[in-house]
Design a protein around this ligand. Structure first.
Ligand code: PLP
Length: 402
């Protein structure tokens, strides 16, 4: 834009800090002078001339063509997310699963082998076992914390290591530095699902990861309003992601992009509040006679507490605990609560409670659950932003029913 007044509209964020980037990075304006981010609800874009159209289609001119793969609101989200991650580029997708499948479709090929941590999100497991297998990609599952197991699983064809850390619901922590070294030794890429930590609590690329994936549906939006996914990494690989997005079309809607953008603006404050409340709850739960064990990496007793302290800037908002008894007691606990939402979702302002053995992990066999430590008396709480005393009061109702 010409003129000294208009120059002010292109703000300079050189050297800006995280909170500033979360509020301002990627902002793009129309011919108007919006203070906020406009939502571009358009499927396509007009060109000034036939030559202009040709240049946009060939990629010579990087302007917008068609909203399946370029939209200014979506781009604002992508730029802001890349800024928060300290990464070259981010690509937005319709959901977290669309992002995870997209990474595989864009970067794997038939004959490749992948090593995946056993405790990943259930549907992620389905992508590997049910779909990629059909296209000739073999998967070996390993225990998250067993580095020797990861080493043993590597083959000459291993192209990708996929890990979700901390794990759901036991907050087990994988050593990302070690895994990235292992990946590099085998010329494979390390992909990290960072949904639980967000870039506020963990920056996997700084520890050597190649690609970071997010379900934006969780903490990035943070208010349970919409679905979304984000994939972050180096430009070279993100170019492949964009090509896949253009071909396959798992596009994030501009409205959802705008909702998630607004979520990013408060992400650090919310993550801090989730972490503080979870810590308080974990300590309180530890003192309850009817609670046998609390799983939270912020507790010194947690087996990977030290690793979590080095690798993360906080321990997250998800805690799990075992009540005295078995499934019946866990269900009675859950049913006696009167405020906390009974749902398997997480990363919301509203606290949620679930019984992993019969919901998120219900498709596993008893043996698989035993192996993963998902016991029948285990309850997961994803701590929201209500006043902690009120969450505790609700959990007290649960305890009284055990
Ligand atoms: C929810 C979730 C996903 C899937 O994301 P959707 O947005 O639901 O498609 C993937 N990974 C983790 C860790 C999740 O919690």
């Amino acid at each position: 834009m010409a003129g000294s007044n208009d120059d002010r509209l292109d703000s300079d964020l050189e050297g800006a800090h995280l909170d500033t980037l979360a509020v301002r990075a990627g902002q793009l304006r129309t011919m108007e002078t919006e203070h906020g981010e406009p939502i571009f609800t358009t499927s396509s874009y007009v060109f000034r001339s036939a030559a202009d159209a040709a240049a946009r289609f060939s990629g010579e001119d990087p302007g917008n063509v068609y909203s399946r793969y370029t939209n200014p609101t979506v781009r604002t989200l992508e730029e802001r997310m890349a800024a928060l991650e300290g990464a070259e580029q981010a690509v937005a997708m319709a959901s977290g699963m669309a992002g995870i499948l997209g990474v595989c479709m864009a970067l794997l090929t038939s004959g490749d082998h992948v090593v995946v941590s056993r405790s990943v999100f259930g549907t992620t497991t389905t992508i590997f076992t049910r779909y990629l297998k059909r296209f000739g990609v073999e998967t070996t599952f390993v225990d998250l914390t067993d580095i020797a197991g990861w080493q043993q699983a590597m083959t000459a064809r291993t192209a990708m290591l996929f890990v979700e850390t901390p794990s759901n619901p036991l907050s087990e922590v994988a050593d990302l530095k070690q895994l990235s070294q292992l990946a590099r030794q085998h010329d494979a890429m390390l992909v990290v699902d960072n949904t639980f930590c967000t870039p506020i609590l963990q920056r996997p690329m700084e520890l050597g990861a190649d690609i970071v994936v997010y379900s934006a549906t969780k903490y990035l939006d943070g208010q349970g309003r919409c679905m979304g996914g984000l994939v972050v990494g180096r430009a070279e690989q993100m170019k492949e992601m964009v090509a896949y997005l253009r071909a396959a079309g798992p596009t994030l809607s501009p409205f959802n992009a705008w909702v998630i953008l607004k979520g990013l603006e408060t992400l650090r404050l919310r993550m801090q509040a989730h972490c503080d409340a979870a810590k308080q709850l974990a300590l309180w739960l530890q003192q309850q006679p009817k609670v046998e064990r609390v799983h939270y990496s912020g507790l010194p007793e947690h087996p990977q507490h030290e690793l979590a302290s080095q690798q993360q800037r906080g321990y997250g908002g998800v805690i799990a605990f075992e009540v005295a008894g078995a499934k019946a007691e866990a269900w009675r606990f859950i049913d006696a609560t009167r405020m906390i939402s009974i749902t398997a979702n997480l990363g919301d302002t509203k606290s949620t409670i679930t019984h992993p053995a019969t919901t998120t992990h219900g498709r596993l066999s008893q043996e698989e659950r035993d192996r993963s430590g998902i016991r029948d008396n285990l309850i997961r709480v994803a701590v929201g932003l209500e006043t902690v005393e009120d969450i505790i009061a609700d959990l007290e109702r649960g305890l009284a029913a055990v």
